[in-house]
Design a protein around this ligand. Structure first.
Ligand SMILES: N[C@@H](CCC[C@H](N)C(=O)O)C(=O)O
Length: 283
C-alpha cells in the first residue's frame, strides 16, 4: 500500500500530515503507522503524525499521534501547519475558518502573502487548572500553582495548566540549565499523572518575554510545542510573572511564538508553518 504524505514543521516541531480528504485509512492502522513513519532510520522521521480530515458543518478536522503512537487531544504547531495545508492547497481557501480537534473547535486567522499562508493566529481556547482536567491523582477540583513537586530526589515547584493537552510548567533561572534530559521523562511518567504530561521549563526575561524548552509526552525533546508555549504563558501570569491581555514573546528552541491570554479567558497563538516535502510511504 502507498500512503501519500506531506512533511511540515512549525518551528522545527515536525509531523507527517496525511490528507484524509482524499486518502482512506482504517482506525487500526493509525498507531502502528505513527510509530513506523516517525522512525528516523526505517521510516521518514518525525515527532508524530497528523491526520487532516473532513468534519461536521464544513470544518476541517485534525487528529494528532505522538511518535510513540499515543494520541493527544491537540497540537498548537500542527494547527498552524494544518491551516497552511488547507489554505495553500485550496481545501479551505478562506482567511478565517475552524479546525476541529479532540479538545474542541479552534478558530483560525490566516495572514497570506502572494496567496500563501505566512503567519497563522489560532484561538487555542481557555485554560483549565484542576487536577481532573490534568488527569492527576488527588482532589479533582484542586489547582496546582507553584507547589513543591519531588522527582528523583529533587524538589521543584510546579504549575499545572491544561491547554488542549496537559502541561507541567517549571521556572528556571537560566534556560541552558533546564533539566530536560535528566528529568523530562521522569516528570512525564510520574505516577501522579494518570495519562502522563508534557513538561516545560521557562526562564522569564520580562513580563512580556520568556525562554522556553519542552519535553513532550510521547515524543521527548522537541524544538517547539504550541500548546506548551500557551500553557507556559498562562502559568507565568498565574505566578505574577507575565502580563495578562498583552502579547508575550516566547523564544522556543526552534524560533519564536507570540502568545496572548486575553481578558475573555481565551489564549491566542501566532506563528509560522512550513512545508518540507510531499511523498509516498510504502507499507
Ligand atoms: N507539539 C504539540 C503537542 C503534541 C501533543 C503532546 N505531545 C501531548 O501528548 O500532549 C504542540 O505544538 O502543541
Amino acid at each position: 500500500m502507498h500512503i501519500p504524505f506531506t512533511k511540515m514543521h512549525g518551528l522545527g516541531n515536525n509531523y507527517i500530515y496525511i490528507n484524509l480528504f482524499d486518502t482512506e485509512l482504517q482506525e487500526e492502522q493509525l498507531v502502528p503507522l505513527a510509530i513506523a513513519m516517525s522512525d528516523v532510520k526505517r521510516g521518514i522521521g518525525s515527532d508524530g503524525i497528523v491526520l487532516i480530515h473532513p468534519s461536521d458543518e464544513g470544518h476541517c478536522g485534525m487528529r494528532i499521534f505522538n511518535k510513540d503512537g499515543s494520541e493527544a487531544t491537540n497540537c498548537g504547531n500542527a494547527l498552524r501547519c494544518v491551516a497552511k495545508f488547507v489554505y495553500d492547497r485550496g481545501i479551505l481557501p478562506y482567511e478565517q475558518f475552524i479546525i476541529a480537534t479532540k479538545s474542541g473547535l479552534n478558530y483560525v486567522q490566516v495572514t497570506a502573502q502572494h496567496g500563501l499562508a505566512s503567519t497563522i493566529t489560532i484561538n487555542m481556547g481557555k485554560p483549565a487548572f484542576d487536577r481532573a482536567a490534568m488527569n492527576m491523582k488527588g482532589e479533582p477540583s484542586a489547582h496546582v500553582i507553584n507547589e513543591p513537586f519531588v522527582v528523583e530526589g529533587h524538589t521543584l515547584h510546579m504549575t499545572n495548566v491544561f491547554l488542549g493537552n496537559p502541561h507541567a510548567v517549571f521556572f528556571v533561572e537560566r534556560i541552558e540549565e533546564a533539566p530536560l534530559h535528566t528529568l523530562g521523562r521522569q516528570i512525564e511518567t510520574h505516577d501522579v499523572f494518570l495519562q502522563r504530561t508534557n513538561v516545560e521549563f521557562i526562564e522569564i526575561v520580562s513580563d512580556t518575554e520568556m525562554h522556553f524548552r519542552v519535553w513532550e509526552r510521547g515524543s521527548g525533546v522537541t524544538e517547539a510545542c504550541g500548546t506548551g508555549a500557551c500553557g507556559a504563558v498562562v502559568a507565568a501570569v498565574m505566578n505574577g510573572k507575565c502580563k495578562r491581555g498583552e502579547d508575550v514573546l516566547v523564544h522556543l528552541a526552534g524560533g519564536d511564538l507570540t502568545i496572548k491570554w486575553d481578558d475573555d479567558g481565551d489564549v491566542w497563538m501566532t506563528g509560522p508553518a512550513e512545508f518540507i516535502a510531499d511523498g509516498l510511504f510504502f507499507t
